[in-house]
Design a binder for this molecule. Structure first.
Ligand code: NDP
Ligand code: 8X3
Length: 251
């Protein structure tokens, strides 16, 4: 039995990864905050693919809850082959002098500290088995900075640094580490960034064909399914219509 642990599995890229890994026969540990959605995803995949799942309702920012949810899993569930550090979000799109301190805290706590909390627990499980693969979902925003992206871009630059640091620290233990850095993917991301303003969210993708969540899930599957001696350090995946974070060709 192979097992993948996916954070942020209730929508977008995380849910697409859950579907694709389930289709490949993986058992799944799924983490997110929205309990009903998480349980629906888990049940749907169990029924569709005859796999087993564990749904852990937790906020990755809350170390004690997360740690309790993961550390109380039965021992066989701690044999995680693939960790997908996907839970993340942007809040707001304002110049630095106008940004909300609450939004900054939310992004830093989720995208950086939450990723670290999950990684610390799961990397220890992987170390004890001397194998595993950690996939960190970064972004084009972790490779460059675009106007008003300031703090979100900083969190994704931090993911890029952590991805590199993890690869060095986990090398002696035979653990692979890969960053997947997408450009624009149409998910709930913009709705969350603009706090439920669906009109503003939709405008982000007006006049271009963005990536869809499954494009990223397929890339992750490619990375995970390479032979044991091959590691893909990072992958930058853009819509054809997006040259850089801010240079986009719209019809
Ligand atoms: P979605 O908003 O569709 O999905 C985000 C997921 O993260 C949800 O399942 C959400 O679940 C979960 N999540 C958010 N905060 C927390 C938290 N505190 N604790 C646990 N889970 C949390 O967006 P995407 O699928 O697009 O985003 C996934 C990742 O991809 C993010 O890291 C994002 O930064 C990155 N990314 C997205 C791009 C895009 O254009 N869409 C491009 C580049 C990178 P719940 O609300 O139930 O907790
Ligand atoms: C999410 C995509 O366009 O905000 O990381 O960089 S973008």
């Amino acid at each position: 039995m192979k097992t993948a642990l996916i954070t942020g599995a209730t929508s977008g890229i995380g849910e697409a990864c859950a579907d694709l890994f389930a289709a490949q026969g993986y058992h799944l540990i799924l983490v997110a905050r929205r309990e009903n959605l998480l349980k629906d995803v888990a049940k749907r995949l169990e029924d569709k693919y005859a796999i087993e799942t564990k749904a852990i309702v937790a906020d990755v920012r809350v170390h004690d809850d997360l740690s309790y949810g993961l550390e109380t899993l039965p021992a066989q569930w701690k044999q995680v082959d693939v960790l997908i550090n996907n839970a993340g979000l942007s809040q707001g799109l304002d110049p630095i002098d106008k940004g909300s301190v609450t939004d900054w805290d939310t992004m830093i706590d989720t995208n950086v500290k939450g990723l670290l909390y999950v990684t610390k627990i799961v990397s220890n499980w992987m170390i004890s088995r001397k194998s595993g693969h950690i996939i960190n979902i970064g972004s084009i925003a972790g490779q460059e900075v675009y106007p008003n992206g300031n703090v979100y871009c900083a969190t994704k630059h931090a993911v890029d640094a952590l991805n590199k640091g993890m690869r060095i620290d986990l090398l002696p233990h035979g653990i692979k580490v890969t960053a997947i850095n997408p450009g624009m993917v149409e998910t709930e991301f913009s709705k969350v960034r603009f706090k439920g303003d669906e009109g503003r969210a939709k405008k982000v993708y007006d006049g271009l064909e963005p990536l869809v969540a499954n494009d990223i899930a397929e890339a992750i599957w490619f990375v995970v399914s390479r032979p044991a001696h091959v590691n893909i350090n990072d992958m930058l995946i853009m819509p054809t219509a997006q040259a850089t974070g801010a240079i986009i060709k719209r019809n």
